[in-house]
Design a protein around this ligand. Sequence first.
Ligand SMILES: *[C@@H]1O[C@H](CO)[C@@H](O)[C@H](O)[C@H]1NC(C)=O
Ligand SMILES: *[C@@H]1O[C@H](CO)[C@@H](O)[C@H](O)[C@H]1NC(C)=O
Length: 323
Amino acid sequence: MAWRWLPWLLGACTGLALLLLQSAMQSGKVPRNVQPEVRFQAMPTFVLKHNSKAGGTFSRTLLKAVFKFNPSKKALWKIIDDDNALFPNDKKKNFVAVLMRNPCAWNVAWANECPTKAWDFGRPTFAANPLGPMGYLERHTTDTELRNWMLNARSPEGLGVISFYLWQSMVCPKCWGWHRKVKEGLNPKEGEHCNSSHRAQQDMAVMNPQSLAHCWIFQETLMEDMRVCLTAFEASHPAAADSVRWDLFEKAAANQSGEALFFERDWSVARWAAPSLQYRRHKPCEEHFRDPAMRQIVRQSDAHLFEKFGYSDCCAPSSREIW
Ligand SMILES: *[C@@H]1O[C@H](CO)[C@@H](O)[C@H](O)[C@H]1NC(C)=O
Ligand SMILES: *[C@@H]1O[C@H](CO)[C@@H](O)[C@H](O)[C@H]1NC(C)=O
């Protein structure tokens, strides 16, 4: 009787073994989101570059809670907020971590949560905000609304707004706020090159994420990447060691990216910003990008973000192979 089951049993065993091997290989893959062996001569500050709608509000609350009190005058950590630029000099004496997100999911978040921002920069765009003068909707955007928003928010030459935002805030920070300054009659130091979408395209094509930060934090794997960055920060100088309350960090990490902590007093402000609560704020990315034509729009307008940051597809997490 038993031999009749033998082929089935063998098949099942082989299948299971392959499955286990595959998952072991996947989980054994070490993220390479941090520069190896970062060391400073003097005590660094942990600088987080907050980029709009990439987990910044959540991260700010997290850092505020997990960094220990520092008796010296030197700040243990600081945030460069979403409306300020990160300059190359910031990296010389500080440990710099930057928030990043899948370009498709990022467009969905902007279209739903800060649609007017794309026009507030004052740069020439393809067309006006299709969501109307105020721009905000009391519901999730439809596919058509998202498509029109993404198309209109591009430069006339087709550079996506997220690419422009990152170019202006990190790749070419001298140009930060250039259009707004011109509009306000401030006569900015930098010249016409800040108005060149072609130049921004070229800069993004040769941009190297390794030179912009010591560590990248991907919104899709925020807690894991944050852990890697904080660990590297602690190792970067003897005085930085033991800066983090790891017990609290791990408590937050264990509970769906830390929502549990949001129910405590200090956390209530940023409760809405927890990554796993975002479905309440907009339609899931996958639903918006079922149509290949939708994926193609982001592929073209934010092309370099996919390739430079390990995003193989719309809505997928990054391979995190930066170093
Ligand atoms: C920026 O360039 C566009 C052409 O792409 C031009 O129409 C516009 O006037 C320029 N803006 C400024 C402030 O120079
Ligand atoms: C996770 O958070 C929820 C909501 O705050 C809480 O009810 C639950 O007890 C927490 N779980 C753990 C394991 O801390």
